[in-house]
Design a protein around this ligand. Structure first.
Ligand code: ATP
Ligand code: MG
Length: 259
C-alpha cells in the first residue's frame, strides 16, 4: 500500500489530470486505487464522473464527522478499480473551521486512512493549488509526492516555497516523506524556453525529474467533461500514451511501500 500526494501550489498545471489518469492507469494494471479529492473546486470528482450537485457525503464530512462510516464516503466510479472520496464547494470553509476548533495540529485523514487502507494498493490525494491545511495534511500522511510542473519561468518561482513546506512537514509530522518525481506537464518541446527550464530543473532536482513528458494534448483537456479517464476516452491519443509511460516509470520506483 502506498499513499501518494499530487502537489504543487501553482494552479492549473495538471495536478488533477495527473491524479485522475494515474489512478485509471494503475486500475488498468489491476491495482485497487482510492482517489481522495481535497480541493473544493472538486475538479477530480466531476472529472471521474461523479455528479456532486446532490447532497451527499464528501471529504468535508470525513473531516468534520470523525466517526462517519467510510462506506458512506467512498464512491465507486465507472473507471476500472478506481474509487473516490468526492469533494464539493462545502470544503471551501473547512480550514477556517479547523483553526477555530483548534485542530490545526491534528492529522485529520489519519483515522480514515487507517480504517480503509487494507482495501487498496494506492491512495492518491489530489491537492488544491495552495499550501494550506489540506495540503499539509495530505503530505503528513503520504509516503511520497509527485510534483507536476509546467516547464515555464513562473513555475520555478513557487518551487522554493513548496520545498520549504515539504521540509517543515518532514521535520514535524512525517520524517519518511520523499519526492517520487517531478512530472513535466503541458510540455511543448518546440519551445526552446521549456528546454532551458528543464536544464535548470535538472540542476536543482537531479534524478528527481521523471523521463516522461506529458505533452499538451487536447484530448486530455476534453476527457474530464465526459467523466472518463484518458484511457477510456481515447486510449490511443498522445496524452494516453504519455500517462501510460509515466505509470510505467512510477511503478519502477521502488521506495516507500509499507504494510
Ligand atoms: N497535458 C495537457 N494538455 C492539455 N490540457 C491539459 C493538460 N493537462 C491539463 N490540461 C488542462 O489544463 C487545465 C488545468 O489542468 P488541471 O485541472 O489538471 O490542473 P490543476 O493543477 O489540478 O489545477 P488546479 O490548481 O486548479 O487544481 C484543465 O482544463 C485541464 O484539462
Ligand atoms: Mg486540480
Amino acid at each position: 500500500m502506498k499513499i501518494v500526494s499530487i502537489i504543487n501550489q501553482k494552479g492549473g498545471i495538471g495536478k488533477t489530470t495527473t491524479a485522475l489518469n494515474m489512478a485509471a492507469g494503475l486500475g488498468i494494471k489491476n491495482k485497487k486505487v482510492l482517489l481522495i479529492d481535497i480541493d473544493s473546486q472538486a475538479n477530480l470528482t466531476r472529472g471521474i464522473g461523479i455528479d456532486n450537485d446532490y447532497p451527499n457525503y464528501d471529504v468535508y464530512d470525513l473531516i468534520i464527522s470523525k466517526n462517519l462510516d467510510p462506506k458512506k464516503l467512498i464512491l465507486k466510479t465507472t473507471t476500472k478499480n478506481v474509487d473516490v472520496v468526492p469533494s464539493s464547494m462545502g470544503l471551501a470553509g473547512v480550514e477556517v473551521q479547523l483553526v477555530r476548533d483548534n485542530r490545526t495540529e491534528e492529522l485529520i485523514f489519519f483515522p480514515f486512512i487507517e480504517k480503509i487502507k487494507k482495501e487498496y494498493d494506492y491512495i492518491i490525494f489530489d491537492c488544491p493549488p495552495a499550501l494550506g491545511l489540506m495540503s499539509k495534511n495530505a503530505l503528513s500522511i503520504s509516503n511520497s509526492l509527485i510534483i507536476p510542473m509546467q516547464a515555464d519561468y513562473f513555475s520555478l518561482e513557487g518551487l522554493s516555497q513548496l520545498l520549504e513546506t515539504i521540509s517543515i512537514v518532514k521535520k514535524r509530522y512525517n520524517r519518511k516523506l520523499y519526492i517520487d518525481g517531478i512530472l513535466l506537464t503541458k510540455f511543448n518541446k518546440r519551445i526552446n524556453f521549456s528546454k532551458e527550464i528543464e536544464k535548470e530543473l535538472n540542476i536543482f532536482f537531479k534524478d528527481k525529474i521523471l523521463k516522461t513528458r506529458i505533452p499538451i494534448n487536447i484530448k486530455l483537456a476534453e476527457s474530464p467533461s465526459s467523466g472518463q479517464s484518458i484511457f477510456d476516452y481515447d486510449k490511443n491519443c498522445k496524452g494516453a500514451k504519455a500517462y501510460e509511460s509515466f505509470i510505467e516509470e512510477f511503478l519502477q520506483l521502488k521506495r516507500g511501500y509499507s504494510e
